[in-house]
Ligand binder design. Sequence first.
Ligand SMILES: [Zn+2]
Length: 285
Amino acid sequence: MSSSDQVVRLMTMDGAFRLIAAVTTETARGALASQATGDELGLRLAELLTAAVLVRETTQPTRRVQMVWRDRRGRSLVADSLPDGLNRGLVNPGDSAPVAADGEHLLQVNYTLTNGALHQGLVAVADGDDMATALMRYMKQSEQIVSMIAVAALPGPGGVRAVGGYVVQLLPEATREVITAMTDHLGNLEPMAILLEGRGRTAAELARTVFAGFEHAELATSSLRFGCTCSEVRVMTSILTLAPDEVESMLGGDPLEVRCDACGTQYRITPEALRAFRDQRVARA
Ligand SMILES: [Zn+2]
């Protein structure tokens, strides 16, 4: 599926600031369609998807970043952002209970470090705090990154009519004077919701607007799209991790219907295919 969504990375020539700007409208629509969700919760999921892109690009561009937004009863929204530009979202995976759109939440960020250890950052989101506020707190507390962040999702057809956001990251070269200048400039910018339908309709326009007046260089542009990592092989691999007697009964039973929670793809696994897959793996091992 083609998408016009992009994420752009810029840096000021004085080395004081780095900017990540993303427009994620099509990506969010894909996720909302597969989750059959809209309204307030859909907007939160769209913001969370954008947040996952921004965190990945800022801190872990080569890794898969997962963000979880959990309500007080433990029900959650999940967004996965992958280095190849694929993104997907889930509403309360494995459970059909509703997720609260308002109230207190926890924002959790997961990714795997080079040494295999799992990084897990967690910040509290007070009732009334927006995604940008939660994200700035996460960046400071868990990544030691001082940043100015904006994220917005506007309601519309397919759940959203425009979604995007940016991170301006302070780098060690930043002096007090340029920090003041940038803070004033960003303070005078239109709110993110206005930018998305004005001077920041694309990631490139958004980036130019956010860095307007600051001499800068473009570092990279990459495309974003909704998509999933599921496959028949993955489904069969996970079936084979079940207890041997369960696998045996599946091999002698009817075809299995398995639906991917993230993208809605239906897989029909026949006992013959499962047996062939298992034998092939045994032969290779
Ligand atoms: Zn899938």
